[in-house]
Design a protein around this ligand. Sequence first.
Ligand code: NAG
Ligand code: NAG
Ligand code: NAG
Ligand code: NAG
Ligand code: NAG
Ligand code: NAG
Ligand code: NAG
Length: 688
Amino acid sequence: MLILWSYLFLFAFGYNSPVPSLAQPTTTITTGSPFTFPAARSTVLPDPSTYFSSNLLSSPLPTNTFFQNFVLNNGSQPEYIHPYLIQSSFSSLSVSYPFIFSNSSFASQIFSPDFTISGLNNPNPNQTHVISSFDDLSVTLDLKPSLRFFLVRGSPYITCQVLQSLKLSISTNHKVVNFVPNSSKARFKISLDNGQTWILYASSPITLSHDVSKIVSKEFSGVIRLAVLPNSNSKYESVLNKFSTRYPVSGRAVFSKPSSVEYKWEKKGSGDFLMLANPLHIRLLDVDDDSDIKVLDDFKYNSIDGELVGVVGDSWVLKTDLVPITWHSIKGVKQESYPEIIKALMQDVKELNSSNISTTSSYFFGKLVARGARLALIAEEIGYLDVMPKIKTFLKGTIEPWLNGTFDGNAFLYDKSWRGLITRAGSNDTTGDFGFGIYNDHHFHIGYYLYGIAVLAKIDPDWGRKYRPQAYSLMLDFMTLDRSPNLKYTRLRNFDSWKLHSWAAGLTEFENGRNQESTSEAVNAYYSAALIGLAYGDKRLVTLATLLTTVEIHAAQTWWHVKEDSKLYGTDFTRENRVVGILWANKRDSILWFAPADQREFRLGIQLLPITPIAEVLFSDVEYVKQLVDWTLPSLKRKGVGEGWKGFVYALEGIYENNIALKKIRKLTGHDDGNSLSNMLWWIFSRG
Ligand SMILES: *[C@@H]1O[C@H](CO)[C@@H](O)[C@H](O)[C@H]1NC(C)=O
Ligand SMILES: *[C@@H]1O[C@H](CO)[C@@H](O)[C@H](O)[C@H]1NC(C)=O
Ligand SMILES: *[C@@H]1O[C@H](CO)[C@@H](O)[C@H](O)[C@H]1NC(C)=O
Ligand SMILES: *[C@@H]1O[C@H](CO)[C@@H](O)[C@H](O)[C@H]1NC(C)=O
Ligand SMILES: *[C@@H]1O[C@H](CO)[C@@H](O)[C@H](O)[C@H]1NC(C)=O
Ligand SMILES: *[C@@H]1O[C@H](CO)[C@@H](O)[C@H](O)[C@H]1NC(C)=O
Ligand SMILES: *[C@@H]1O[C@H](CO)[C@@H](O)[C@H](O)[C@H]1NC(C)=O
């Protein structure tokens, strides 16, 4: 089916590759690359066998996923599986419909176990849970031997299968104030003293008794579902009753068309199928007449991600227009600016020297590679080719040692336990290379190398051909789409197919789940992968990477970019913040990992860098850009603000005040390590 798919695409899309095709039909991203980086011996990676069932251990495992906390340390930090926070601690599972706290500095959801489900009088209370399967939209968590939870993202019901007859304990941290079974004892309406009312559904009659904090059952086997009534409106109850008999056991995102993602669920039971959609789903959901999808506009759950809306339908198609992936500026550079850009280029290129780079950090080194590659594309765009040989030498001198393992300071290595790349500096130090060794930030770092490789392969196809296996091995670390036990890398390491953006956090337990700070570096990763596809004439890669670039941009604009009139977050948060700092599964921070909230230029900069043609698309909403810059400018009055960070503010200002920004840019005395005067001038003179 996957092979068919790529053929389909070849015919559907007449993409004109700008260079002679380097595609080798035997090594597509379907099969993976035959090249493997040298084996790693990590002293810091956790052991996946603690929580993943043994049959899963022979396949690549996810390292930035929505249930990551469940497989780290004692597995007991909650995860947000919309609309509930779920915590599994030893032999019980707790569910919370969270309260959203928000003030001007952050917004977060408070975990408070509304119900905790376990076997009654469990003789083995300290046994840990087991992840028996997982997919893009679901995880199955077993409390052995009897309880299996199908945790499917966006299900308004928590679904538990009692595999063998068992007495259940369902306790609450609150008080049960009302408990009403229906006459056939398959549905129970339970009110708590925190104001919540929940409904418990059973697949067959069940005998339940309760005291003030605990409900216990007689022997039962079958399926139990729990759902909160988010609202006292009686309509909610009838909707939940109506769809309670059809339950999902797993869910998958299917990337089979160039401009859409399809959600498919494996279901059991009977009747129509109800799930909840987040605001970006609602925007992209294809609800045309023949789609059999019904949006229940008045059936909504609260969420830190915005209201979740009921959708009835067997499968969903999320459709989007694709963003342009171009090497050069989208609208072209003003001709009269060429002399000024050339002057800057000559100076920037003169200073390129691959043998005097002092950093060995995979992140900072990658930024320097991509900075050099920008100079080549700028020179190409304005037709000043004199500098190309020097840039080519720089790119070879910086990239090759990482690809061929001859760089003294660091190296990419292959970790067999989770199946992915780590760096030597990260292999014995969880903070080395910003945690790259525990799968933090992979798309950010690798994105920069891919950018350099794509450009070098474009201007030197022979070089590209020679290093293709290494290039693909790097790219596949976070771009592998297929799933097969034989593959070297996990499926889409950073990309979250339900939130439609990436996570950076890797294998660290966090009370608020995964997080991502820089959306622009995430966009850069997929954009750079698309450029690799263009350079190598790999249409399937171009398609996938273009789609991921597109939706990552949608997600950044939806959840990170906070417009003045946005209703998504609390009013205090919205008033004080034009952009989110760190976005967590369960929290919105105004601080950064490296700066406090009031130093706003950092927040703007980290959501813009690196400046490439795709930045224009990410910041296409000019009204928002102006709000963001106006909000940031007062921060530049502080003493000691870095020239590089000022540059990013001026770059955005240049979108609507081109001349004013140009004057400021000309006065800058320095640039971010991944940026250059050439690049700033190219940007300002290509705003159309
Ligand atoms: C799990 O670990 C956390 C700290 O990492 C600790 O606070 C918690 O008490 C532990 N839970 C159990 C059940 O031991
Ligand atoms: C927001 O709330 C947190 C937690 O109560 C508090 O520590 C912080 O100071 C508050 N921020 C502001 C700006 O009030
Ligand atoms: C379970 O673990 C707790 C704390 O770790 C310990 O106190 C208790 O004795 C253990 N129970 C059993 C049955 O092993
Ligand atoms: C009780 O609730 C269950 C589950 O919703 C339903 O199947 C059953 O018909 C209800 N019984 C009565 C008598 O309404
Ligand atoms: C590296 O060398 C170039 C010229 O070869 C020079 O202009 C530049 O300042 C040097 N950089 C460092 C960090 O030494
Ligand atoms: C690795 O890259 C370096 C730097 O470009 C080069 O000097 C060396 O010859 C390469 N080694 C191999 C084995 O390709
Ligand atoms: C990691 O190993 C290197 C040598 O390979 C050593 O220099 C460094 O101190 C080690 N770091 C840690 C945190 O153990």
